[in-house]
Design a protein around this ligand. Structure first.
Ligand SMILES: *Cc1c(COP(=O)(O)O)cnc(C)c1O
Length: 386
């Protein structure tokens, strides 16, 4: 069977997977071992030490390659460890152009860690691709984007940005965490590097922290493999197993996340206690056309500002919600709610935050796959409070 001919849902289940060589186990066994016996020095069965590689991690990496339509993958101990590895492709003095509406942890890693090693970051709005071109110098090496962004769900045109990066000989890296490969596959749109916080939609059950990078180019892959084994932030066998187990239902979960989010976005828009709803499925969303062209559906995350939009009301609402657990993270089967100004984006200075629209009243929902009617009852009760 030519695996490349499989459609997405079949790839999620079968892509890159074979029954285990030892006993034919259908589920990838957890090879909880640090090392592998050699018959003679240097003679092994493909594995020597688990920091370098481990069969359970390989099984996950092969599945990730398949669903992102890539060629090489590396699984890391966390999403930020995956980002860290990509940034280590650079040298001191190199410059990076970054989308300004960025995951808080990425912002912290770039500005508080890598700036100390003389990597220079330019944060720009990418609504206009000319903003990127204006920042390009001979020192620019990488463009880093997220789409949809967190938490304002801005969508940028990956294909169009890839044309600019190709023309200028830059790498384009896409944090594809919010979309997941079910909604978009950035390598097919011209990106060089796809990064995931696998902790979110791909694992999908809020029970593992894991990250990944997927690429097509062998030279970039070899550098990343070298960085991975040299710096050591690898995904362990148990976590790789959990991520792989979760991954196999990505398509059915995403379908329901998107359906439920569609219903809730419309409910919120029609609620007179709500001032503003951010969701790329609305025709009035500034990037709706790109979202429609680039993504299969509009995703499971919605942000909104209650009427009046003040800090205390937002806190009251997130405290009152019951089915939506108040917690960092997203992409699990259970619905979660977050308050970006005090939680995920707390490390970004208030002026910086508000410049891009992350106001004190903003609330972010990760819509789960429960019965949507129950989720709406929960929201209705909480919104009555303000
Ligand atoms: C969670 C997240 C990360 C970081 O991933 P971890 O697995 O928590 O280290 C990076 N980017 C985005 C968009 C995220 O949501």
């Amino acid at each position: 069977m030519d695996e490349n001919k499989l459609k997405f849902n079949s790839k999620v289940i079968h892509g890159g997977q074979q029954p285990d060589k030892a006993y034919g186990a259908v589920a990838a066994p957890i090879y909880q071992t640090s090392t592998f016996a050699q018959s003679s020095p240097g003679q092994n069965q493909g594995y020597e030490y688990s920091r370098v590689s481990n069969p359970t991690r390989t099984a996950l990496e092969n599945a990730l390659i398949s669903i992102e339509d890539g060629t090489f993958a590396m699984a890391f101990a966390s999403g930020v460890a995956a980002i860290d590895a990509v940034l280590r492709l650079l040298n001191a003095g190199d410059e990076v152009i970054v989308i300004n509406d960025l995951y808080g942890g990425s912002y912290r890693l770039f500005t508080k860690v890598f700036e100390r090693y003389n990597i220079v970051f330019h944060f720009v709005s990418m609504d206009e691709v000319s903003n990127i071109e204006k920042c390009i110098s001979s020192k620019t090496k990488l463009v880093w984007i997220e789409t949809p962004t967190n938490p304002l769900l801005t969508i940028v045109d990956i294909k169009m940005i890839a044309q600019i990066t190709k023309k200028n000989n830059l790498l384009l890296a896409v944090d594809n965490t919010f979309a997941s490969p079910y909604l978009q596959q950035p390598l097919n749109l011209g990106a060089d590097i796809v990064m995931h916080s696998v902790s979110k939609y791909i694992s999908g059950h809020s029970d593992v922290i894991l990250g990944a990078v997927i690429v097509n180019d062998k030279e970039i892959a070899d550098k990343l493999f070298f960085i991975q084994k040299s710096t050591g932030a690898i995904a362990g066998p148990m976590d790789s197993f959990l991520a792989l187990r979760g991954l196999k239902t990505l398509h059915v979960r995403m379908q329901r996340h998107c359906e439920n989010a569609t219903t809730i976005a419309h409910y919120l828009r029609n609620n007179d206690k709500v001032e503003k709803v951010y969701w790329p499925g609305f025709e009035s969303h500034p990037n709706h056309k790109i979202a429609k062209k680039q993504m299969r559906d509009f995703g499971g995350v919605i942000s909104f500002v209650p009427k009046g939009g003040n800090y205390n009301d937002a806190v009251k609402i997130v405290e009152t919600l019951k089915l939506f657990a108040l917690a960092d993270s997203l992409g699990g089967v259970e619905s979660l709610v977050g308050h970006p100004a005090s939680m995920s984006h707390g490390s970004i200075p208030k002026e910086e935050r508000e410049k891009v629209g992350i106001v004190d009243g903003l609330i972010r929902l990760s819509v789960g796959i429960e019965d949507v009617e129950d989720l709406i009852v929960d929201l209705d009760k909480a919104l009555k409070i303000v």
